[in-house]
Design a protein around this ligand. Structure first.
Ligand code: MN
Length: 242
């Protein structure tokens, strides 16, 4: 169906917020962002790594509760879509039914040739990462993990993050970036003219000679990042977090 109709919808795309209970400023800025944008935008897309870690929808922590309330409030005013990143791939159907958000798969394609991804699937040169991803996304691993107590899961989550940080520290920058061949592959896909992704923490807009556009969202780290889409095109913006 052509949801875009005659007038293109106003959309906002964000990713890599890495929210956790330790950074109050960032959380408040996120609440403020959703509050404002859910009035202005027809659709908001969170393209992965909304949180630093998600141990399951049954997490009973204050942080998890607060996050669900925040998302729930916004999705009453606008259509809110969530895609998994490598930190929050355990966000599931309970989270969505509790908050009213819609989970969309990686590589969702919207009308107008717009492809959406978290972006880690394009980092094909990082073989260790891709191998680990296959394990963590397997039904078997996830089932076993979710069967553990919340406390055990918090411990395992911390361990995985520490290991990932250690391996990231020793890897060449180029290995952890999107590979050229992965982008070439996207360009070969039928009707894809724009890709928006996050994950690499290298925000920018790359315009190719053939008209193809690649937009990389930034992490909410030194500033917050958002990409807006309206009739005039795409705009990547950063804003203060404090
Ligand atoms: Mn990521």
């Amino acid at each position: 169906s052509n949801r875009a109709g005659f007038k293109l919808m106003k959309r906002a795309f964000i990713s890599d917020l890495h929210l956790d209970r330790t950074d109050e400023d960032r959380f408040l800025r996120f609440q403020e962002f959703l509050d404002v944008e859910s009035d202005r935008m027809e659709e908001i897309y969170i393209l992965g790594d909304l949180v630093e870690s998600w141990i399951g929808d049954d997490d009973d922590s204050e942080f998890a509760k607060r996050l669900k309330e925040t998302i729930g409030g916004a999705s009453q005013k606008t259509a809110l879509f969530i895609m998994h990143g490598n930190r929050d791939f355990l966000i599931g159907s309970s989270f969505c039914s509790e908050t009213g958000a819609t989970l969309i798969p990686d590589s969702t394609q919207l009308t107008g040739g717009l492809l959406l991804s978290h972006g880690d699937c394009y980092c094909t040169d990082d073989h260790d990462y891709q191998e680990m991803k296959i394990l963590l996304r397997s039904e078997k691993w996830q089932k076993e993990f979710l069967n553990q107590s919340l406390e055990t899961r918090r411990g395992i989550g911390r361990k995985i993050r520490t290991e990932s940080e250690a391996s990231t520290a020793t890897k060449a920058e180029s290995i952890m970036d999107v590979s050229t061949s992965a982008i070439e592959e996207i360009k070969c896909r039928k009707d894809v003219t724009v890709v928006i992704h996050g994950h690499t923490h290298r925000p920018g807009i790359e315009s190719h000679d053939d008209g193809f556009i690649r937009i990389t969202l930034g992490p909410w780290e030194h500033c917050g990042w958002v990409c807006y889409q309206d009739e005039s095109g795409f705009q990547l913006k950063c804003f203060n977090l404090r």
